[in-house]
Design a protein. Sequence first.
Length: 297
Amino acid sequence: MLHEHASPQTLGFARLWVFTLWFHRIVLDPFPQLHQAPLEIFHPIGVLRLLPEPCYAYIFTARTLGIGKGVLLGGLAMLILGLGPYRWIASLTCVLLTFHQGFIRSFGYINHGELGMLYAAYVLAVFPAADAFALRRGTMTYAPPGMYKAPMLAVAFILALTYSFVGVRRLVASAPEIFVDGSILRYVAYNSARGGEAIQAYALMVLGESWLTLGLQLGFPLITLCEVLTPLCLISRRWRRVWLGVMVPFHVLTRLLMNISFQYNLLLLLVFFTDLGRRSPSACRRDGGQQTTSALT
């Protein structure tokens, strides 16, 4: 089973990884500039529908959005350092991240590029992810080993479902026609046209070679099969290696040919689809979960 050797250090590293990715995402995001977008094209989704409509006029100001970004970065910095009270800070930060993502996706196209990271953040918020690699002094009492295995496995399971659902929907809604009518070639042509010159050059090179287009068409059902069978990665190390060997190049190709980036998904897979604790199973003592340390964790 994946993550059967997860330890406090494993979960602590996952916390560092996920919230650092979020920090990077928020720093680069011109979130305060949303006030320049006309409210006429704003169509609230998800939890944003719970807010009264008059609130949006007060939210979409440079000052309010700037403060929101600052609070988010402050919360993420505290989570990266593992400062307490961890669960309260993590829960509030996850709520703010939810609203942040909702605001962005309420303007035009709805994508799912960061949803995997958001799910991972919520899971880490309710488990003892700050028991290691945290700037906390004093005595530390570790939780039972299962409390470190469960969140790692839960995030991996959620990520697996996001892939599996995509593959299953494609099979149910579009198979077998989608695999034999050249759909993948149209996807490449359409999406590359919206990318930059480099993306268009790569796409034209591939579409201009018959053996490369054949490879795309043969690879499409293979990718779909891998997506459907993603949950097997949780129980089979051999299949997990095969899956990563297929899906990682697939994500790279979608970026090069269709200007569709899954960079955050790829970075999450590096942690949650690899058994980080396997090399050091003794990192967490199997003594009922009680272990203390009186130094800086």
